[in-house]
Write a protein that binds this ligand. Structure first.
Ligand code: CTP
Length: 370
């Protein structure tokens, strides 16, 4: 399977999961910045960032960097020969450049197979949520936060008449239907910790799962044998971060964390304040404290030390995350080219709408695959 995987999300992870279920080994080609720019406009994340995200997904066995967006017969021959590929997989959405099917060569060679595209999420949809965040009145808050005066922990937009989008939690915009089956499919490889294992816990918002999160979870996993990741609920995240965050709702954030290869279990809607009952029930022997789990300086404004019930010897202060990537980076990139992203967003959203209307008016057996 190949693709751009820009702002990689759980829809891409589900595509990997489905692709892998068709065989025994999934090789994922990541399109180069250059070829994406040429064929559909510059990506928001660079080669390295997109490669990091794809490699971190537990459904991916091998990653090929620098893939061309258009699968030429020569490239098809090269990947078949080098990676012993039996089949090329792509979502069932059309992939056309200059009127030509990007996968024509694979189809002609009888090596092509499609999977149902995961409905309700796309890079375009996430960019749309970010574009709303970059609206002036939200941006004003962002600016004051970067200059040090973070929100004091209240949802500033909740009763703010200037919040014209009436859109206090961006995650509420999600069109994704989270079924228990999907959660199960993302969790099917998870096993209980065995006695004697060191169980480590880390929590956070994990909003718009990104390379900074992956780097931190890798560090966390190295602290023990079994990593439980707490994902805070939408109201908790909004209380701490303010604006109209989170960008992704709880279910979406849970799926992204579940798809990460360093994660052994997820505590859904984790308590903000870690309790002793929780430590004992989940057999947690170490709690990682990190300023990099999405809250940064905001959490230090909360009135209590949320780790205060954790015994001193079980508290571990994470070293500085070597990856400094944050949601703010992406917002800044969008902000720099606001008009360009806005028109690209409108164009792609229309195309996506048309695709789904056609798809649902004709056949339609499956949603999000099995
Ligand atoms: N994909 C999917 N479900 C989604 C999004 C993407 O199954 N919700 C699949 C695509 O069909 C493709 C692969 O993921 O096989 C890589 O997609 P990508 O190249 O990133 O491009 P897009 O399809 O445009 O993804 P998006 O709409 O998210 O930009």
């Amino acid at each position: 399977m190949d693709g751009a995987f820009d702002l990689m999300h759980y829809g891409h992870m589900n595509a990997f999961r489905l692709g892998r279920s068709l065989g025994t080994h999934l090789v994922v080609g990541v399109n180069s910045d250059e070829s994406i720019t040429e064929c559909k406009g510059a990506p928001l994340m660079n080669d390295q960032e997109r490669l990091t995200m794809v490699s971190s997904c537990k459904f991916v066995d091998e990653v090929v960097p620098g893939c061309p967006y258009i699968m030429t017969p020569e490239y098809l021959e090269y990947v078949i020969d080098k990676y012993k590929i039996d089949m090329v997989v792509h979502g069932d959405d059309p992939c056309i450049v200059d009127g030509k099917d990007v996968y024509a060569s694979a189809k002609a060679a009888g090596k092509y197979c499609s999977i149902p595209r995961t409905e309700g999420v796309s890079t375009t949809d996430i960019v749309g949520r970010m574009l709303l965040m970059t609206k002036e009145h939200h941006m004003h808050q962002l600016d004051s936060e970067s200059s040090g005066s973070r929100n004091s922990g209240s949802n500033n937009n909740q009763n703010d008449p200037s919040d014209k989008d009436n859109n206090n939690l961006l995650g509420r915009q999600s069109k994704f239907l989270t079924t228990s089956r999907m959660l199960k499919l993302f969790s099917s490889d998870l096993k209980a910790p065995v006695p004697g294992m060191k169980v480590v816990y880390i929590d956070g918002s994990w909003d718009m799962f990104h390379p900074g999160h992956v780097s931190l979870l890798k560090i966390a996993k190295q602290r023990g044998d079994f990593l439980i990741v707490g994902v805070h609920g939408d109201t908790v995240v909004n209380r701490v971060l303010g604006m109209n965050l989170p960008l992704m709702n709880l279910h979406e954030r849970v799926l992204s964390v579940l798809g990460c290869r360093y994660v052994d279990d997820v505590l859904i809607d984790a308590p903000y304040e870690i309790t002793q009952v929780m430590l004992s029930y989940l057999d947690i022997s170490e709690v990682l404290e990190s300023p990099d789990t999405g809250y940064g300086a905001a959490s230090s404004n909360e009135s209590c030390d949320r780790y205060r019930h954790v015994p001193q010897e079980a508290r571990y202060q994470c070293p500085k995350n070597p990856c400094t990537f944050s949601l703010q980076n992406i917002l800044q990139r969008i902000r720099r080219n606001q008009d360009q992203f806005q028109s690209r967003f409108e164009r792609k959203m229309n195309a996506e709408r048309q695709f789904f209307e056609i798809k649902h008016s004709s056949d339609n057996g499956h949603i999000n695959g099995s």
